[in-house]
Design a protein around this ligand. Structure first.
Ligand SMILES: C[S@@+](CC[C@H](N)C(=O)[O-])C[C@H]1O[C@@H](n2cnc3c(N)ncnc32)[C@H](O)[C@@H]1O
Length: 258
């Protein structure tokens, strides 16, 4: 795709505001997850995605940002390609992960060939996508038969229900550098996410909630939340605020039932 077509597809998916925001925060983005509590938090969600994938193979990371998950995947022995609508985030990713390819564009229109990836991931990005059905049908198209998709993004629960209002307030107060903004994100319930995956044609669909300890909590509260995290995820999952969904493209659409 040439530059003009890329920009048109980003505009069409209504991603300009999101892209501008991430262009602005690209330089400071990694500070959230590369240090202290953010590091534990990111490790937790990236492990829940990684455990869905076989070792090695060629990964596509949707909304790859600065390449945090791409780096993780490559360190585990795989090969990875990232796509993101923010030029700033892609620039950072290319600086950090020189051996991987990064493409500017929207996950809703993937500029890749059919059946060309062994796995597709997306971390903390899916909620921004205005046309999740398109993202999933495009993912289905580019995955090799039998290959997995795994995503982790904010789900809808007691805590996240209030986030859109909080984001509107923080935007009004111009707290952009803190990575807040009102972007009309969609937070999914387990049932909604399952339905999206089934409708796209995936099989072996599993959706669960994860994350109870948020890196923005004060240290003593975080430590308690972290201790409770396994219990909450197992027994009161509604309190966990991320949602991890996975599935697999059937090997033979004609034979394998879902
Ligand atoms: C919170 S960041 C997550 C980045 C990275 N996945 C990570 O785990 O650190 C969200 C990213 O999603 C990207 N994004 C949002 N909507 C997108 C879309 N429709 N297609 C591709 N990327 C998108 C943003 O530009 C941003 O880099």
């Amino acid at each position: 795709m040439n530059n003009l077509m890329v920009q048109m597809s980003i505009n069409n998916c209504d991603g300009t505001k999101v892209a501008n925001h991430y262009n602005e925060v690209a330089d400071v983005y990694d500070q959230r997850y590369d240090e202290n509590l953010g590091k534990f938090y990111y490790h937790h969600i990236s492990r829940s995605v990684m455990e869905r994938f076989p070792k090695g193979g060629r990964l596509l990371d949707l909304g790859c940002g600065t390449g945090l998950f791409v780096r993780h995947y490559v360190n585990e022995g795989g090969e990875a390609v990232g796509i993101d609508i923010s030029r700033g985030m892609i620039g950072k990713a290319s600086d950090k992960c020189g051996s991987s390819n990064f493409t500017l564009g929207t996950a809703e229109v993937l500029p890749f060939r059919d059946d060309s990836f062994d796995a597709v991931s997306s971390l903390l990005s899916f909620s921004y996508m205005k046309f999740p059905e398109k993202t999933l049908s495009e993912t289905y198209r580019v995955l090799r038969p039998g290959s997995p998709i795994a995503i982790c993004t904010l789900g809808r629960n007691l805590f996240t229900r209030g986030l859109p209002a909080l984001y509107h307030i923080s935007e009004a107060m111009n707290l952009k550098k803190a990575c807040f903004g009102a972007f009309g994100e969609r937070y999914y319930s387990v049932e909604e996410m399952e339905q999206l995956f089934f409708d796209a044609g995936f099989i072996d669909v599993q959706v669960k909630r994860c994350s109870f300890a948020h890196y923005n909590l004060a240290r003593p509260i975080y430590d308690i939340a972290k201790k409770m995290e396994p219990f909450v995820e197992r027994n009161i999952p509604y309190l966990a605020y991320n949602i991890c969904a996975s599935g697999r493209k059937p090997v033979d659409e004609g034979i394998e039932p879902w």
